[in-house]
Design a protein around this ligand. Structure first.
Ligand code: BMA
Length: 340
């Protein structure tokens, strides 16, 4: 057994299911009750997917991509006692500016949720002259104050690290075009104040592996471990029938997260189940969050399935780190400290 540890607070009430014995060597296994969020889960919301959850008070809270019945995505708040069964607010989250005036994005999708020093940050994709990153903060999940957009258009898939590194906030993002983006690498940027962002560095790009030949993008907020930052990301390939989204894994250097220490050449999870292969956009598994417990080393991965459902999968830090290391291929472009 590996002695790698998660460096984060314990979450003893996290959801969990033991590994089945018929997995064919895969390091990640699905929850048997998937999908955990079905179609039409809330009033005038047709589908919830690509959503982020965290431990909060005695239970769990999350920000959910709700595809409204008019087709436009917005972010909905949800609460849960067990992180499996969720209840959603009827109204989408009402964002305000610093003065308390309503300040709604035109649309909002693929939200992430990260707590840093007692403040909860939401990061999502919205319209700012095209697809761009939006951000807001809350301390009570009642008032949501939008802060400056961190990046120029076009960009999607921004993910904050759960603590400052070398004194700065640090965020992964994936510059893109405003459409369905047939390219894309993950970059990392730093900010002393969440207003001014710089020190942009390349982290990693698409790879020659066939499952991630087209583009990649950030997924769940990185998990700090004794081996570095454990990242679940999405990797995309193009087929004659459209894109296929799988989940990949990498480990970034603790103090210099632009440096990829290990990158798994195999996908960790790929569309196989009916709820991943069938839906609004078939063949999509899209990770947006994890819940993890430092005492047991258990990790629950939350992922969007076929742009229609939310799926839950499990692993342990020992198993996933050992698997990533055993199948690691780090190419030159992924290991540089700072080409500018
Ligand atoms: C990406 C994003 C995701 C979506 C994926 C597959 O570009 O829009 O929200 O899950 O495409 O459709």
């Amino acid at each position: 057994m590996s002695d790698v540890k998660i460096l984060a607070p314990p979450v003893p009430n996290m959801p969990w299911q033991e590994k089945p014995d018929h997995l064919n060597g895969a390091p990640v296994w699905r929850y048997h009750g998937n999908p955990i969020i079905p179609r039409n889960p809330a009033k005038e919301v047709a589908r919830i997917f690509n959503s982020a959850v965290i431990p909060y008070e005695d239970g769990f809270i999350g920000v959910f991509r709700g595809e409204q019945t008019n087709g436009v995505p917005h972010i909905y708040l949800g609460r849960s006692g067990d992180a499996v069964n969720w209840r959603f607010d009827e109204e989408k989250i009402a964002f305000a500016d610093e003065e308390g005036n309503p300040f709604m994005p035109k649309y909002a999708y693929d939200p992430r949720l990260v707590e840093i020093e007692g403040i909860y940050y939401l990061i999502w994709c919205q319209d700012f002259y095209g697809a761009s990153i939006g951000m807001a903060k809350t301390t009570d999940f009642q008032t949501f104050i939008r802060i400056e957009n961190p990046f120029l258009p076009f960009n999607r898939n921004a993910v904050l690290f759960p603590r400052k590194i070398n004194g700065n906030f640090v965020m992964l993002s994936r510059p893109s075009d405003s459409g369905h983006t047939p390219f894309g690498d993950i970059f990392v940027s730093e900010s002393p104040d969440l207003v001014y962002w710089g020190k942009h560095r390349h982290v990693m790009g698409k790879s020659p592996e066939w499952w991630e030949m087209l583009k990649i993008g950030g997924g769940a907020a990185p998990i700090e471990t004794t081996e570095g930052w454990l990242l679940f990301y999405h990797g995309v390939t193009g087929t004659c029938n459209g894109y296929v989204y799988s989940i990949g894994g990498a480990i970034l250097d603790t103090d210099h997260p632009s440096v990829v220490k290990y990158r798994c050449e195999n996908f960790l999870l790929t569309p196989e189940e009916w709820y991943e292969e069938r839906g609004f956009v078939p063949n999509v598994t899209f990770p947006c969050a994890t819940i993890h417990d430092s005492n047991s080393g258990r990790i629950a991965v939350y992922y969007g399935a076929a742009d229609t459902y939310v799926g839950l999968a499990f692993t342990t830090v020992g198993e996933i780190v050992a698997y990533i290391k055993a199948h690691s291929v780090v190419r030159e472009a992924d290991s540089e400290v700072g080409r500018r």
